[in-house]
Design a protein around this ligand. Structure first.
Ligand code: ADP
Ligand code: MG
Length: 721
């Protein structure tokens, strides 16, 4: 029976034709699609009175509070635009700590008496919503008697229309907070951290004598990796459709060793999917730039041009939604989980990070005068210091049950947080370390603010994939972030810790001018690189030697989420987040609670699936196979032929071992007890036991006759499209 189902699924997968793209690119210039469904500045200007437009624009550009007196006019204009676009509902979209996107839809319609209805949308409804917060994790912040939270429009992120099959919705990006003002989401701290970064960066820029300084924002460009699997095959794997990753599966006959997938020709069906994804993104003003195959078979990447961190986070979340929705239309499933297939490269999300503004440009760009160079080195040193002091916290920001399988698996950066500077920048910091501001006469020293830096090579990015945090010419790239994670968390962390380092540096430099300022810069840079240079590592992050060296340097190596998450409560980091008004202590505690709980929930759900699949699919298939082998031996014996019982014995032994393993998993399942932290520790034991069970099951997969095996194999999942 199983073979029929599997064969049918394969046949259906192979027969699936590429879906015609919904837009004829020859007839429509895709540039015209851009921002079509976004209520952006140009539309605001056309639809609002001059004064209201000016006030709103200022609010957006400075990230300040929206003036209530203009809210009604903005809402009316937005409603008119949305209805023209076919919207029937509006939704406050928010980003709870589950890492997912949540939205509550309200109809524009209100009864108007006499059996009629009118469309209404007030300024108040635009600015504030009240979703029931009780079903979102709050980590103890929200007592049950105060179950409500509210959503507040983030004016810096524009409203947009999301088209569904039977109508459209006006979506309003919002922050989600409790009535006591505590953040229940990912956006609120991101906005707070952007402000903190702006404030401290301004201080540094002032020191460098700039007269006009516009708001400094963090910028982010996330490169999103994902897998695409045919849905006929996907839905024959309960582990995939329940857990988003396989819990069993023997390695395919052919893996990624040929390295022929990366940048290879994109299969037609997938290309059709990608084109539709791009168009959907353009309509929402998401500046998608690149699409290509990734290293593993069936793995792909999509990357936008960088944007303000807050917008980039919203957009990345939308890209995830679009990937999944469009995939479905093409008979595919997009998997954003970090490690869907054991032994096959996992998916990450390289978060390119920098900071800059309109007046001074990208502040991590070296520039070409001694003055620009000095300023660049200050910002760069701030990042080095920040990452060094808060490396445990950064590791905690990317901790999740699924990312644990990826980090350190010799395909993704290790769990040790270090910085790659590249040869030239490293040499410059070495010179600063060796030299002295006033005594720098000799060769090999660099006088900051006087000497010109050599042009730094832009790194192509892929040469040093082994580093979790790499300088790539004019930005840093945080590569430990998982493909399924919100980028908001890592960005909140980076903004805040860099802001704190900028504050540290500013406090050392303020009040100094001219040569004294240059000397002071040289001193503080030297001090930073002496104290924090240990976090810089330019070698192979996968190597065993680095693990040893890192331990010698005292760099933390937090291998699992259970080791890493407690770092969210490290005193040294908590103080900084509280000081800059990004997180209160209680907010950090709640986050710790929630992330540990999520980890435990994931492990439990995978455990349940593993037990069920092993018991109801794998063991029965293996037994059927054993019976068949037995019948063959019996037939041979009856015919007087000497049979070979090796395969039967091997399969029987594996089944016995598998059943013992399942029983052990069932025992462990009953032993979750205590608080979330205690349960997380227990979860580690579960994972170890589960991998033993998996080893037996996968060994059986290599033994059992193909027509009996019930689950689509790795080969089928990864190579059929
Ligand atoms: P690579 O694969 O070589 O790293 P990609 O082009 O795939 O390069 O991705 C680079 C990403 O870095 C893009 O999203 C790009 O917009 C982004 N990026 C470039 N400059 C900055 C910057 N100043 N701040 C943030 N991100 C940036
Ligand atoms: Mg990159």
């Amino acid at each position: 029976m199983s073979t029929t189902t599997r064969t049918e699924a394969i046949r259906a997968a192979v027969a699936t034709k590429p879906r015609a793209v919904s837009i004829d690119a020859a007839a429509v210039f895709t540039g015209d699609l851009y921002g079509q469904n976004v209520f952006d500045l140009s539309k605001m200007q056309r639809r609002l009175s001059k004064d209201t437009y000016k006030a709103l624009k200022k609010t957006i550009e400075t990230g300040s509070q929206l003036d209530m007196t203009i809210a009604d006019e903005v809402a009316a204009a937005m409603k008119a635009w949305a209805i023209e676009k076919g919207a029937t509902h509006f939704a406050h979209v928010f980003f709870p700590l589950t890492g997912l996107t949540a939205e509550k839809h309200d109809s524009f319609l209100v009864p108007a008496g006499g059996g009629t209805a009118v469309a209404e949308f007030s300024g108040k409804a635009l600015i504030q919503g009240e979703p029931d917060a009780s079903s979102f994790p709050s980590g103890g912040i929200r007592a049950t008697f105060e179950a409500r939270g509210y959503t507040a429009w983030d004016v810096t992120s524009p409203a947009y229309i999301f088209q569904g099959p039977n109508g459209a919705t006006l979506c309003i990006p919002t922050a989600f907070v409790s009535w006591t003002g505590e953040a229940l989401d990912k956006k609120t701290p991101l906005l707070r951290s952007m402000q903190a970064l702006d404030k401290q960066a301004q201080r540094i820029l002032k020191l460098f004598g700039h007269k006009e300084i516009s708001m400094v924002t963090a910028t982010a460009g996330p490169e999103q990796e994902y897998f695409l699997i045919d849905e006929n095959l996907f839905y024959l794997r309960p582990d995939l459709y329940i857990n988003d990753r396989t819990l069993f599966g023997a390695p395919p006959a052919r893996g990624q060793e040929f390295e022929d997938h990366y940048f290879g020709a994109i299969p037609e069906r997938v290309l059709g999917f990608m084109m539709e994804v791009d168009n959907e993104c353009y309509k929402l003003g998401i500046p998608i730039k690149t699409r290509h195959n990734e290293v593993a078979p069936a793995q792909y990447e999509i990357a936008p041009v960088f944007e303000s961190a807050n917008i980039a986070a919203d957009h990345n979340q939308l890209v995830g939604t679009i990937l999944k929705r469009v995939a479905k239309k093409h008979g595919l499933v997009a998997i954003l989980n970090e490690k869907p297939f054991q032994g096959v490269n996992g998916s990450g999300k390289h978060v390119n990070f920098s900071l800059g503004n309109k007046t001074q440009g990208n502040l991590l760009d070296p520039g070409d005068t001694p003055h620009d160079n000095a300023q660049f080195l200050v910002f760069c040193a701030a990042v080095i210091r920040a990452v060094s002091i808060h490396s445990r916290f950064l590791r905690a920001c990317v901790a999740s049950a699924s990312n644990d399988h990826r980090l350190g698996a010799n395909e993704a950066p290790p769990a040790i947080i270090s910085i790659f500077l590249g040869e030239q920048l490293n040499a410059i910091f070495e010179q600063i370390k060796a030299g002295g501001a006033k005594t720098s006469k000799g060769k090999g020293t660099l006088r900051v603010g006087v000497d010109i830096l050599p042009p730094l090579a832009k790194d192509t990015g892929d040469r040093n994939r082994t580093s979790p945090f790499a300088f790539t010419g004019n930005r840093f790239e945080f590569r430990a972030v998982g493909s399924g994670q919100s980028i908001a968390g890592p960005l909140v962390a980076l903004n805040t810790i860099v802001a704190d380092s900028l504050e540290y540096i500013a406090s050392k430099l303020e009040g100094k001018k001219g040569a004294a300022l240059n000397d002071a810069i040289q001193d503080v840079l030297q001090e930073i690189i002496k104290e924090h240079g240990k976090v810089v590592f330019n070698g192979d992050g996968y190597s065993e030697a680095w693990h040893k060296e890192a331990a010698k340097r005292g760099l933390p190596n937090l291998k699992t989420s259970v080791d890493a998450l407690p770092a969210l409560l490290d005193k040294v980091s908590v103080e900084v987040f509280v000081k800059h008004g990004v997180f209160s202590e209680r907010e950090l505690e709640s986050r710790y609670e929630i992330y540990v709980e999520t980890y435990v929930k994931t492990v439990k759900s995978e455990l349940n699936s593993a037990i069920e699949i092993a018991k109801t699919l794998i063991v029965p298939a293996a037994n059927k196979h054993i019976v068949r082998l037995g019948e063959t031996l019996a037939a041979q014996k009856a015919a007087g032929v000497k049979g070979d019982a090796t395969a039967l014995k091997k399969a029987s032994a594996l089944v016995a071992s598998l059943q013992k393993g399942i029983a052990e998993l069932e025992t462990l399942r009953e032993k979750f007890s205590g608080d979330a932290t205690a349960q997380a520790k227990h979860a580690l034991k579960v994972r170890a036991a589960q991998s033993k069970v998996r080893a037996d099951a996968d060994a059986l997969e290599a033994e059992v006759a193909d027509d009996i095996w019930p689950l689509p194999t790795y080969g089928e999942l990864l190579f059929i499209k």
